[in-house]
Design a binder for this molecule. Structure first.
Ligand code: ZN
Length: 399
């Protein structure tokens, strides 16, 4: 496919080519539906991914922001997993060590229900404030002051000592405009440090994260595109590093004097992202074929398949493979997801405790980091199912 596309939203480069088209995917993977009919009627959008020849940025040039509207129904906390809690704890301690935060204010953009912000404040002895359109006011008086809305410049107090933003930039229709708003809110003379975390496109493309290609993410950053968009917005990039088993990318920045050029930072990483993106179309097609055939074979053998993880990966897996009746349910440890339905396919979400009754023969785990945790949980429940990772490439098959 070679359709002319708009300029790169990260570096501004004009040489961008479409490399993957997947029409009609659910617009909001993390908005589980209240019933099956609503799940099947969930809004859909087109995934048309383009790659930038300059910085390797991958982006959906068909993204329509009004289809992806976040509200309090949007459920995306990962803190129910012990592996993720450990990661967050280490991150909070690292930020507390890097920055002088004791008694000072940390502002987190898109802070969800404030779990990370509270943890960081506790570890650093800092005060917290934040915003998130999905924030549900718990009514608790103490703790961070969280505005139930998207970021707006007026929300950022001038005394902010650290700006944090995790897993929001990839949702922004215009990441440069979003970053410029944050930079402008800090004031021209500010040198405030910042921490920006996004999924790492190299994981998505190289290490089997094809199920992370979702409508909610109009942008897929690599080190080059993340650094360049931050620099264009007026931040000096002090470090960009991969974390969480290579799945995440973290940029440590500082507000800089306006007018910095992005230059050609991280040229080798840009080349790697471009190379990986070039293979994306065939990677996704072979992953879909592989899992369609596998799921059909299990169904034909009368084996009940459960998918573990009703987050975006699980929802994307079920939609991209067209799993249908070959999968009986999706398991999630978040109790708020139980009894809800997967947008696009209508699969029911169950709790681990429901599995002894459902008797799955195979559990497909969406995130390889959780395999041991899933095996322990199944053993504890007395469920004798084979456990396999939803890898996009053929591997060992334990069934
Ligand atoms: Zn670019």
């Amino acid at each position: 496919v070679s359709t002319p596309t708009p300029r790169c939203p990260a570096c501004g480069g004009g040489d961008c080519r479409e490399i993957l088209a997947a029409p009609g995917v659910p617009a909001l993977c993390n908005a589980l539906a209240a019933d099956r009919a609503a799940a099947l009627a969930a809004p859909r959008g087109d995934l048309r991914l383009a790659s930038c020849a300059d910085c390797g940025h991958l982006f959906n040039h068909a993204f329509a922001p009004d289809l992806a509207v976040y509200d309090a129904d949007y459920e995306n906390p990962l803190h129910h997993s012990a592996v993720f809690r450990d990661y967050v704890e280490v991150l909070a301690r690292d930020l507390a060590r890097r920055h002088d935060l004791a008694g000072r204010l940390v502002f987190e953009i898109a802070c969800g229900q404030g779990d990370f912000l509270r943890r960081l404040c506790a570890v650093a002895g800092a005060r917290g404030a934040g915003c998130d359109p999905g924030f549900r006011d718990g009514g608790g008086g103490d703790g961070p002051a969280i505005a139930p809305q998207a970021f707006a410049p007026g929300l950022l107090p001038p005394e902010t000592a650290l700006v944090c933003c995790r897993h929001a930039l990839e949702h922004a229709a215009d990441p440069l405009a979003f970053l410029r708003d944050v930079r402008a809110a800090l004031g021209p003379d500010a040198r405030t440090p910042g921490y920006w975390e996004v999924p790492d496109v190299r994981w998505t493309l190289r290490d089997g994260g094809v199920w992370d290609l979702i409508y909610e993410h109009p942008s897929y950053f690599g080190p080059a595109s993340l650094a360049r968009v931050l620099m264009r917005a007026g931040f000096a990039v002090e470090a960009v590093a991969a974390g969480y088993g290579g799945q995440f990318l973290a940029a440590h920045v500082r507000a800089a004097a306006p007018g910095r050029a992005a230059g050609a930072a991280f040229a080798a990483e840009a080349a790697e992202a471009r190379r990986l993106a070039a293979a994306l179309g065939s990677t996704v097609e072979s992953a879909r074929r592989l899992w369609r055939a596998r799921l059909a074979a299990h169904a034909a053998a009368g084996r009940r398949v459960a998918v573990w993880g009703a987050g975006s990966k699980g929802v994307s897996f079920l939609n991209l493979t067209g799993a249908g009746d070959a999968v009986v349910c999706v398991v999630d440890i978040n109790p708020l997801k139980r009894g809800r339905y997967v947008p696009g396919t209508g699969h029911p979400v169950v709790a681990p405790g429901d599995l002894p009754e459902l008797r799955p023969g195979l559990v497909v785990v969406m995130n390889p980091l959780y395999v041991d945790e899933v095996r322990r949980t199944l053993a504890g429940l007395g469920v004798a199912a084979a456990v396999v990772v939803a890898s996009p490439t053929p591997g060992e098959e334990p069934w």
